[in-house]
Ligand binder design. Structure first.
Ligand code: SF4
Length: 237
């Protein structure tokens, strides 16, 4: 979408907002599609999102957004099938309910369990702040430490590997430092598909002369930029 954003003549436009006119206001938000957390400007008109642009000075994405963030938000936020109100199953059928009614029902049902009989699972599609609230609610309100996150499934091995190698089980550098790296080992990641804006940084590093080593059974896009492709057998890494 970057070509649409910078097109000087207006020859390239987005079909989805072609007839929407000029936005009334802009709101800064965080892309929910992947963990990169790109900063996006949402163009609003009459409480509808009519366009999305990556924030030019966003420290995370620096004016970049992938196809998911750039083009995938307007459609799903305003999709007619999107659930906007809670549904409660009554007599076998889902019926729309007020939020207070739904929350009261949940509180009533959960009241029948001891704290440690309850578990909460959060999502990588939430922001850090939302995940913080989820764990705080679980610990302080529900009174249990049974809080987990879907990243346990995909990132448990990463956490162990990073902690052993770098002393912390999380990213130890800023995204905008990747392009200055001298050597990058990409393993267990199809970066340009899963976290495209990070993929741009890795490609930039490669163009800057970094040695890129890709360990992946598949010939993913990054292999085209790699000095070394380690094609292990699936399940053997
Ligand atoms: S890389 Fe794409 S999907 Fe991920 S946060 Fe940025 S715009 Fe969203």
């Amino acid at each position: 979408g970057a070509c649409v954003d910078v097109c000087p003549t207006g020859a390239l436009t987005e079909w989805i907002n072609k007839w929407e006119g000029v936005a009334e206001t802009q709101v800064l938000s965080t892309c929910p599609y992947c963990g990169v957390g790109c900063q996006l400007e949402l163009a609003l008109k009459k409480d509808r999102i009519i366009g999305v642009s990556p924030k030019g000075d966003g420290t995370v994405n620096q004016g970049q957004a992938c196809v998911k963030g750039k083009f995938g938000i307007v459609e799903y936020v305003h999709h007619p099938d999107r659930l906007k109100v809670p549904l409660i199953r009554k007599n076998g059928n889902f019926e729309e309910a007020a939020w207070d009614e739904a929350l009261d029902l949940i509180a009533e049902r959960m009241g029948g369990y001891n704290a440690d009989e309850v578990a909460v699972i959060s999502s990588a599609k939430c922001t850090n702040e939302e995940n913080y609230v989820a764990q705080k609610f679980t610990r302080a309100v529900l009174g249990t430490n049974n809080i987990d996150h879907c990243a346990r499934l995909c990132h448990a091995s990463t956490v162990a590997g990073l902690a052993q190698s770098f002393g912390a089980g999380a990213m130890t550098n800023s995204i905008d430092e990747i392009r200055h790296a001298k050597c990058i080992l990409a393993i267990g990641t199809n970066t340009t598909d899963a976290h495209p804006v990070i993929g741009i940084e890795v490609k930039q590093a490669s163009r800057n002369g970094a040695k890129l080593i890709v360990a992946n059974p598949r010939e993913i896009d990054l292999v085209n930029y790699a000095g070394l492709w380690l094609q292990q057998n699936p399940g053997s890494d």
